[in-house]
Structure formats: C-alpha cells, structure tokens
Ligand binder design. Structure first.
Ligand code: NAD
Length: 481
C-alpha cells in the first residue's frame, strides 16, 4: 500500500513514532494509502531543518527566490493531470473540478507570489525640518507554520506556503490528515525545482498531535491557519501567551441575497454553482439563500429543477457534477443537519438522501439538498454544515434581508444579486463579510485582501496583505547633521 511520508530537510522520511493512519478514498470508502503519524519530535526535526535553512534563504536574492518559485509553478502545471487525479481520489471531488480549479490555482499561487515579491516595497518617512529620515525594513519572521484543511487541499496549502517562502521565511507545513496526498507530492516538485533543503518541511499527521506541536513550538514565529472556527479558537489560545502572529481563516455561513431586479438566468445558474460546487464544501459557498418575495415561487421551482439535474457520481466520470463527500464522519454530520432541519419545521424541497453509486456502493454520496425554512434563526440556518445543503426563504424589504444576512456568528462572504447600483453600494457597506460579490461568485483576483469578520477569522491573506503578515515591519530612524 502506498505510504505518505514526511518531507523534512529535502528528504522523505517516516515519523519517529513508527505509527500510521489510514487514508480513505471517499469515492469507494476503501483505505488506499497510509499516512505517517507525526508527533512533536518530528516537528522538532522539521524545526531544526527550517532553522538551519533560514539564514541562507532569507538572504537569497528576490530574483532567485522568484525563479525557484516560478519553476515550482511550472512543474505543478506540467503535472496537472496526475495531481488532479490524486486530488480527486483523495478528496472525492470531481476530477473536472480538480483539473479546472484546484491544481491550476495551486500553480497560480506560486506564480503570483513569485512575482509579487519582486514588487513588494516599504515606506520611508522624512521628518522634514528635523534632519531625520525614517524607513521601514520588512524582514522575514524566521520559521513559520502553515496549517490547511481538506476541502481545497493543494489550493489552500500553497496559498499559505507561497507567500511565506516568497518573503524569505522557512516553513513547517501540515496538510489535513483527511487529504494528505497532493501535499506529499509537492515535496518532490520542490526538490526538482531546486528549492534548497529545509526551506519547506511538510509534516503529516493529525491536528491534535502534529498540528498542535507546530502551534505550541516556542520558536515558530507565526501561524497561518485555515480550518474550522473551533480549531481556530484553540490555536489562538495556544499561541497567544507566546505572542505569535496569527492569521486565521475560519468557517462561514454565507448569505446569498437575490433581488427581483437581478439578471435572473445568470443568477440562477451561478446560484446552483455557489450552492453545490465541491459538494458544498467550500468555505465561500452561499448556503443561506434569501429571495425577494415577488420572485420567490418562480425561483423556488426553477432552482429545484436545476438542482435535480445535477449528476451525483464517480468523481472520475466526466459527467459528474457532485462527487463524494470527504469522509464518512463528515457525511454523517451533514445527514444529521438534514434530519435536524425537518425537526425544526424545514421542508426538504429536493435531495436529502444518500446516493448509492453503482460499483461504488461504499462511497460517501449525498443528494444536493434544498430546504425551505420559515425562521432564519433555526439551527440549520445558523450553523455551518459545509456540505451539499442550502436553505431558502423569502424576504420583503432590503432592511429585513440585511438584518437576516448579518444575524449569524460568521462573516466570511456574501453574494448580492441586483441591478440597482444604490442598493449595491448600501449593502456592500452594511454586510458583515470580508468579501462581497455582486452579480458574481468566487471571482478571485489574488491581489485582493481575503479573509473574514466575526467568527470567520482574524487577518487578511492575499496580495501584499500576505507578504505583510509574513514579515516584521521595523522602523529605522536616522538623524543626520
Ligand atoms: P479543521 O479545523 O478540523 O482542520 C484544519 C486543519 O487544522 C487540519 O490540518 C487539522 O489537522 C488541523 N488541526 C486540527 N486540530 C488542530 C490543533 N489542535 N492544532 C493545530 N492544528 C489542528 O478543519 P477542516 O474540517 O479540515 O476544514 C473545514 C473547515 O475549514 C470549515 O469550517 C471551513 O469553513 C473552513 N475553511 C475556511 C476557509 C477560509 O478561507 N476561511 C477555507 C476553507 C475551509
């Protein structure tokens, strides 16, 4: 059986624990590989390698860092098919999605930050009349930790690693133990691109063991984490007494506000996608759909027709729109919410059941599910489900829908469908979300700040924000005669 190993100091190695975790293929429920189960002593080894690599890497010219990172980007593109297949097998997502989104975006992450670092500059402030000049040094932090989730495995892993490396840090990174495969494959790509050993170290294993050891390591200067809100809170509690820099990208429960004056056909098509792309397992999926009452009945019937047309099936079939959920336990959690919705008085308009795919009967497949609700405060409309389940309900006024959109603990993204520019401006300012999409969804320019408000996180990634996070600003003040 295939073994997924750590990548430390440029070499693949087993954990010192000698223990292994099973890795499942969600499309058929079978164990297909084993993951080395790392602990604090493996993180220590990774730290030693990263620390030794730091002086050279942080003094490597920007041109050279950029050149190596562009090479990694090119190699990711060269291996598009094999990496996309690995991602689909490990995660259960449709291969078509991994080919179109996950792997191209991982390559873009490296390319973007390879270029961004060559344009990153700092300020100077001349204290006129006082013969004093200030300038800001932007220095890498040292050894930093990057921890990522299972929903967009290589995409989010590289989204953290690329800016950390570009700005001169050395890294200990941990992918999710649910989807470790493409992070494992990244090691050999880094070697082939000529990334010096020890600059990137990849530790495999569980959150409470390997992840916790990275966060708790006293010499790891910053943690960039994407994952659940509860895990983020735990990480914050561990890191705070050591005054580590933290970037936390956490859960979401994103509203979709649909007004009668929107471009209807475009809205309908995009809303199907924003509800169920990646089996609804994208932190940015719009899982609460609010529709203006005058078009509510039409939307409800058109939406249900389109959702029923989505093909649930084998991730490797070209016609599949919805693949497998990532794990059995996650599927059970999502099913629990569908049952809860009915107890709370919700009406399942379509979906709700497990799907048995021929030849893959043990896979984790669920029908895309639309639930009509009456009370926006019900738990299915308040808590993150992170699966192929959306709620819909009508609204009468802009004030009412704004109040409902904001009355959850999360604040990651919001999508607004309208052709009214005044309303667009009013709501964009009032919506409590780090990202507001207007007449579009998941439209990303990597220069823009990315992150959430409230329980969706602290800090912003993307563009120069990420390079600022991974550097320390130092004011140098020179008095001259
Ligand atoms: P998770 O919090 O369970 O795990 C995320 C990562 O943290 C994994 O690598 C895990 O091993 C690790 N981890 C777990 N416990 C840890 C600990 N005590 N110390 C250190 N590391 C630990 O999240 P998940 O189930 O993998 O991912 C789903 C969640 O991620 C959802 O809530 C989703 O909304 C969120 N997410 C957020 C964004 C965003 O950009 N805001 C993007 C994608 C996913």
């Amino acid at each position: 059986m295939e073994k997924i190993l750590n990548f430390i100091d440029g070499t693949y190695c087993e954990s010192q624990s000698g223990k292994w975790l099973d890795n499942y293929n969600p499309s058929n429920g079978a164990v297909y590989s084993q993951i080395t189960r790392s602990n604090a002593s493996d993180v220590d080894r990774a730290y030693t390698a990263a620390k030794a690599a730091f002086p050279t890497w942080s003094n490597t010219t920007l041109e050279e860092r950029s050149r190596i990172m562009l090479k990694i980007s090119n190699l990711l593109e060269d291996r598009l098919l094999s990496l996309a297949e690995a991602e689909a097998k490990d995660n259960g997502k449709p291969l078509s999605l991994a080919l179109a989104v996950d792997i191209p975006r991982a390559a873009s992450n490296f390319r973007f930050f390879a270029n961004a670092i060559t344009q990153f500059s700092s300020e100077s402030h001349e204290s006129v009349g006082l013969q004093t000049m200030n300038f800001t040094l932007r220095q890498p932090l040292g050894v930093v930790g990057c921890i990522s989730p299972w929903n967009l495995p290589l995409y989010l892993f590289t989204w953290k690693i690329a800016p950390a490396l570009a700005s001169g840090n050395t890294v200990i990174a941990k992918p999710s133990e649910v989807t470790p495969m493409t992070a494992y494959l990244l090691g050999e790509i880094c070697n082939e691109a000529g990334l010096p050993k020890g600059v990137l170290n990849i530790v495999q294993g569980t959150g409470p063991e390997a992840g916790q050891a990275i966060v708790a390591h006293p010499e790891v200067k910053a943690i960039s984490f994407t994952g659940g809100t509860e895990t983020g809170a735990h990480i914050a509690r561990t890191a705070a007494p050591m005054f580590k820099k933290l970037s936390l990208e956490l859960g979401g429960k994103n509203p979709n506000l649909i007004f009668a004056d929107c471009e209807y056909d475009k809205m309908l098509a995009v809303t199907v996608r924003s509800s169920f792309a990646n089996q609804g397992q994208i932190c940015l999926c719009g899982s609460r759909i609010f529709v203006e009452r005058s078009i509510y009945d039409k939307f409800k019937s058109d939406f249900v027709v389109k959702v029923k047309q989505l093909k649930v099936g084998d991730p490797f079939e070209a016609k599949t729109n919805v693949g497998a959920l990532v794990s059995k336990s996650h599927m059970k959690k999502v099913q629990g919410y569908i049952a809860l919705a009915q107890e709370e008085g919700g009406i399942v308009l379509c979906g709700g059941d497990e799907v048995k795919v021929k030849g893959l009967e043990e896979g984790y497949y669920l029908e895309p599910t639309v639930i009509e609700i009456e009370d926006d405060q019900c738990r299915v409309n308040q808590e993150e489900i992170f699966g192929p389940v959306v709620t819909i309900m009508p609204f009468d006024t802009e004030t009412e829908v704004l109040q409902m959109a904001n009355s959850v603990k999360y604040g990651l993204s919001a999508t607004l469908w309208t052709s009214n520019i005044d309303r667009t401006m009013r709501l964009s300012k009032e919506l409590e979300a780090g990202i507001v999409w207007v007449n579009t969804w998941l439209n990303r320019d990597l220069r823009t700040p990315f992150g959430g408000m409230k329980a969706s996180g602290v800090g912003r990634e993307g563009g120069f924000e990420a390079l600022r996070f991974f550097t320390e600003a130092k004011n140098v003040c020179i008095r001259y005669e």
